[in-house]
Design a protein around this ligand. Structure first.
Ligand SMILES: [Fe+2]
Ligand SMILES: [Fe+2]
Length: 185
């Protein structure tokens, strides 16, 4: 019964679920991700020079993902602050070399399937997978520190810092929109 529930959840595509199909698609598109001219211009036009420098240190996959999130928000008439937060929300991952595409997919799946084990491993485990799990949990706060250092607005820093908050009830409207759009890409 529990196994059937887990399988159902794994292959569902609704809400904030991490469906296997969706994550599998993200993994393979990540392998070939590349910033287009349009993406690059979009980022240049909306980020300050120090923010753009940081943005360009992210992996091609993260740059592409950030542009997709920010463009979707802009298409839905989000404020410029929220669009900028979309571009910057995963900036902390630039400081986490352990977080390769394969390990982050494993981290997302483990956090979903066995959250207590994932937390234990992140806190006390050794090796690259444990580091990747820790980095995956910490990248919002790492990003917030980086952005504060280069003078990004406090409101945007707060959105970045809270974008993985497990409790949606604590989120304001913009934070919720960022979280939900992030989940789509
Ligand atoms: Fe993130
Ligand atoms: Fe993200």
């Amino acid at each position: 019964m529990a196994g059937r529930r887990l399988l159902g959840k794994a292959f569902s595509s609704g809400g904030g679920d991490i469906s296997v199909i969706k994550r599998g698609r993200q993994f393979f598109s990540g392998l070939f991700a590349r910033l287009s001219e349009k993406d690059y211009t979009f980022a240049i036009d909306r980020l300050t020079e120090p923010e753009l420098k940081l943005f360009m240190t992210m992996s091609a996959y993260d740059q592409k993902h950030a542009c997709s999130v920010a463009m979707a928000l802009e298409d839905e008439s989000a404020s410029l602050d929220l669009v900028r937060a979309g571009l910057l929300h995963d900036i902390g991952k630039a400081m986490c070399p352990e977080l390769t595409l394969l390990r982050r997919s494993a981290a997302v799946f483990l956090e979903w399937a066995a959250p207590e084990d994932a937390a234990f491993l992140a806190d006390r485990g050794r090796g690259k997978m444990a580091k990747a799990l820790k980095a995956h949990r910490m990248h919002p706060s790492i990003g917030a520190v980086l952005l504060r250092e280069i003078g990004t607005d406090d409101y945007i820093v707060a959105l970045v810092e809270g974008h993985q908050s497990p409790n949606e009830a604590d989120c304001g409207e913009d934070a919720l929109r960022l979280k939900r759009t992030d989940d789509r890409f």
